[in-house]
Design a binder for this molecule. Structure first.
Ligand SMILES: C[C@H](O)[C@H](O)[C@H]1CNC2=NC(N)=NC(=O)C2=N1
Length: 97
């Protein structure tokens, strides 16, 4: 599905609203690291993120070891960062609010 990459200006302004996420891959992605009390908490969080990803058809790249989860968001169909990533990041943040 066609989806637009954010311009550099749009990216910078959206990122200011997502202070827990940092830009990576030369602006093509954003990432956030999470730490939980144990694996069960981490995996439960991942399960909730997975459900959101499925309903939105927008899937994270992620890494988990025990209580740590690292999430990278990028839009493969756009070859970079899109509004889908920003919205997904907001949803993920809201899970922990
Ligand atoms: C065919 C399917 O809708 C697409 O491949 C979706 C699935 N999940 C996706 N996830 C992400 N992160 N980027 C995409 O471009 C993407 N595209």
């Amino acid at each position: 599905m066609a989806v637009e990459q954010l311009s550099e200006e749009e990216r910078d302004s959206w990122l200011r609203a997502l202070p827990k996420w940092s830009s990576c891959r030369d602006g093509a992605a954003i990432e956030r690291k999470f730490e939980f009390s144990d694996f069960s908490e981490a995996f439960s969080f991942m399960t909730r993120v997975a459900m959101i990803a499925e309903t939105r058809d927008h899937h994270p790249e992620w890494f988990n070891v025990y209580n740590r989860v690292e999430i990278t968001l990028t839009t493969h169909d756009a070859g970079g960062l899109s509004l889908r990533d920003v919205k997904m990041a907001r949803k993920i943040d809201a899970l922990l609010a």
